[in-house]
Design a protein around this ligand. Structure first.
Ligand code: ADP
Ligand code: MG
Length: 692
């Protein structure tokens, strides 16, 4: 439990100094300035007082108990200081100093020593190389940190691996006039981890929304468990890091890895139900809405406006964000007709007109609260100088504080002049945005969280008709003979063992054998050159499709022999599969995580359109379905303009079987089925590659 860390009754600063620009001094000053509710004990053998507070030579000289001790002394003295803290019975130590793991093996050794000694004493370590924690609770007021923003109490809690990024969020949230609850930036995280902090925030009643910043995971599985647990209870908003690699990955699927590194973080976020943002400002603005507003039940918005243009921009932005703006019921329109000005628009958006007064707004708000098909309320409010805006704001505040449906407001005013109105909106906890787009995005984020929370991903199916031993044996043999790329025969044997359907095939050694095999498979066939030297067969003329008789097969084979030489060349004969839709299903191992699986439209289309979706193993049935439905060209799979769709159930099954295959056999580094040809009633792989 981290309760004592976040709610300390007393804090010591080992290495507090009189030098104004030292970390120990800044932390002492911050605790004083923020009016920490407990005693502060600066520790310094050479000073009697620091920042006007009595100093002690050692923690052992401190008369009272110490809950949290900061260490801002050179790293090499840290292990010794930990021993003293142990003797004093201190339970939490925040090591602000740098010079540990981040500087190399020497620092790593000190860090290890610190961890070992702390464990012996039962001390939990936060950091090292970190900022610390903040608790804004008026009863506590713990500013155990050397940053410079002094937030008001509120409901947003921040946890960031990088202090630099965390501090930006804290400042931004503060600038928005939104309060903060907890802050934590744990740097090297040698002991107290981000998952642990997330869980603590998850259990904290006053935390309504969590802002998270991580760049990587030491233990992805542990993170996922914690994140899934917490995200089910309250929204976690996180930044995408390493986003730009994503664009590249689909395009380069041919030359190697299908999946970029930055992607796995995003997939972890998605799988655990974390809301992902690519813009820091947007994320903080969404946090403002989450901090004060309830989560909507759906994506249907009712708008109230007192000015035309902004409502149009808002409508566009809301639709862009995946929201719906349904018409109002006849009953609602009747009420509005009766209560609004005759010229007012009683549709959605409801235009109350610029001259509207408090009762008009209230009527519109009440109608939207009542409407079954409206989940949230969007207000465009320009403050007309000829209207009693404070009375209008009072109605909005009253409705917002009912917390029945979420409200956001695009507040268009000259803030220094309309302070009274602004204050009333603030008292109503109404999130305010300067621009329609910002308000719309925040509203969409609320709705998106609702989608994530109610997302049904189904079960991870364990197919029991598979033959794992055979697949394992094939892989082991390839490995023992020092090969990374499996031969076609090996690949198809593995597919067969996992009941991943493939077109009928035969591997042959000579043109004559190829011609005979064609007859066995059934004409027409496809002939493919099989050789260790050839990776992309069709690029070099190694694929001949629709060969209609034995003669055609033989002459195609002879031609290939001429082109590639007969040494090491075999002929792969395959059933010809005309007229289906080509899709790609790929997988790639991710360190410590399992595999990422990719789905997209196959062949050259993958590289051209980059229209692909990804998921982490193990893939549940609902997730596999989403992989299909989330690509832009999904209509091509479901049927479009009279064209019949393909057997989606089969594709979903193949994705799940691939997921099980790579999970069962983690030795597989990369695998791709490109293409799988999908028809109305089946889907068959016609080209496959496995890399171990
Ligand atoms: P590579 O990817 O090495 O170039 P493929 O085996 O994927 O070779 O073949 C290239 C293309 O040829 C496929 O994308 C598909 O359009 C077509 N093709 C390959 N095999 C068949 C087949 N059995 N039936 C129909 N078309 C095929
Ligand atoms: Mg291919």
């Amino acid at each position: 439990m981290l309760d004592t860390l976040f709610k300390p009754k007393s804090v010591a600063i080992i290495g507090a100094s009189q030098k104004a620009l030292s970390i120990g001094n800044v932390i002492t000053r911050n605790l004083l300035k923020y009016e920490f509710k407990g005693p502060i004990y600066p520790i310094n053998p050479k000073a009697d007082e620091i920042c006007g507070v009595k100093a002690y030579p050692s923690v052992l000289d401190v008369p009272g108990d110490i809950d949290v001790a900061h260490l801002s002394i050179p790293a090499k003295f840290a292990p010794m200081a930990i021993d003293e803290c142990g003797k004093k019975g201190i339970k939490f130590v925040i090591i602000n100093s740098a010079g540990f793991k981040e500087v190399g093996p020497e620092g790593q050794a000190i860090e290890d020593e610190v961890v070992a000694r702390a464990k012996k004493h039962g001390i939990r370590v936060f950091g090292p190389n970190c900022q610390g924690i903040i608790n804004t609770d008026p009863e506590i007021k713990a500013y155990c940190d050397f940053t410079f923003t002094f937030p008001e109490p509120g409901h947003v809690s921040i946890v960031a691996q990088s202090g630099g990024v965390g501090a930006v969020f804290m400042q931004n949230i503060h600038d928005l006039g939104t309060g903060m609850r907890f802050y934590a930036s744990n740097g090297n995280a040698c002991d107290i981890s981000i998952p642990e902090i997330l869980r603590y925030y998850g259990d904290d009643e006053k935390t309504r929304v969590i802002i998270l910043y991580v760049e990587g995971f030491s233990d992805p599985k542990e993170f996922m468990e914690a994140a899934r647990e917490v995200a089910a209870k309250k929204p976690i908003l996180a930044m995408r890091a390493g986003r730009t690699k994503e664009g590249a990955k689909a395009a380069f699927s041919h030359t190697g890895g299908l999946v970029g590194v930055g992607l796995s973080t995003e997939l972890i976020f998605k799988k655990t139900g974390i809301l992902v943002f690519k813009d820091q400002e947007e994320m903080c603005q969404a946090a403002m809405a989450f901090a004060s507003q309830p989560v909507p039940r759906g994506n249907r918005v009712g708008l109230i406006t007192d000015t035309g243009g902004p409502a149009i921009i808002a409508t566009d932005a809301l639709i862009d964000g995946g929201m719906k703006i349904p018409p109002l019921s006849d009953k609602a329109k009747e009420v509005l007709k009766e209560k609004l000005y005759p010229e007012a628009s009683v549709h959605n958006p409801i235009d109350v007109l610029a001259t509207a007064q408090a009762p008009h707004y209230r009527a519109a708000l009440d109608v939207l609260l009542e409407e079954e098909q409206i989940d949230s309320i969007y207000i465009n409010f320009v403050t007309p100088p000829f209207v009693d805006c404070e009375s209008v704001a009072k109605e909005m505040a009253e409705v917002s504080n009912l917390r029945k449906k979420p409200i956001v407001c695009n507040y268009m005013t000259d803030k220094p002049q309309w302070t009274g109105t602004t204050e009333i909106l603030t008292s109503g906890n109404i999130p305010r945005y300067d621009y329609a787009e910002m308000a719309a995005k925040a509203m969409a984020a609320l709705s998106h969280y609702n989608d994530l929370r109610s997302r049904k991903i189904g079960e991870v199916v364990q197919f029991d008709d598979i033959d794992r031993d055979t697949a394992q044996k094939v892989l082991r043999e390839a490995k023992d003979s020092g090969r990374q790329n499996l031969s076609a025969a090996e690949v198809y044997t593995i597919l067969d063992a996992y009941h991943i359907p493939a077109a009928k095939w035969k591997m042959t050694e000579t043109p004559e054998e190829a011609a005979n095999a064609a007859a066995e498979i059934g004409l027409p066939v496809v002939l493919k050159a099989d050789s260790e030297k050839i990776v992309h067969k069709s690029d070099v003329g190694g694929v001949k499709v629709n060969l209609k008789d034995a003669e055609a097969v033989k002459s195609a084979a002879l031609e290939m022999e001429k082109k590639f030489g007969s040494k090491g060349l075999r002929f792969f004969v395959q059933e010809f599969m005309p007229g289906g839709k080509e899709v790609i299903i790929g997988a790639k191992a991710e360190e410590g995580l399992g595999h990422t699986v990719m789905f997209g439209l196959g062949g050259v289309m993958v590289e051209l359109m980059k229209d692909v979706s990804f998921e982490l193993t193990p893939i549940a049935s609902g997730e596999a379905k989403e992989m299909l439905t989330s690509i832009k060209s999904y209509p091509l799979l479901s049927g479009f303009r009279g064209q019949k769709g393909v057997d989606q159930g089969k594709l979903v099954e193949v994705i799940q079987r691939v997921s099980q295959l790579v999970t069962d056999l983690p030795m597989i580094q990369e695998m791709d089925l490109n293409p799988v040809i999908a028809y109305e009633d089946k889907a068959l792989a016609v080209d496959a590659r496995i890399l171990i």
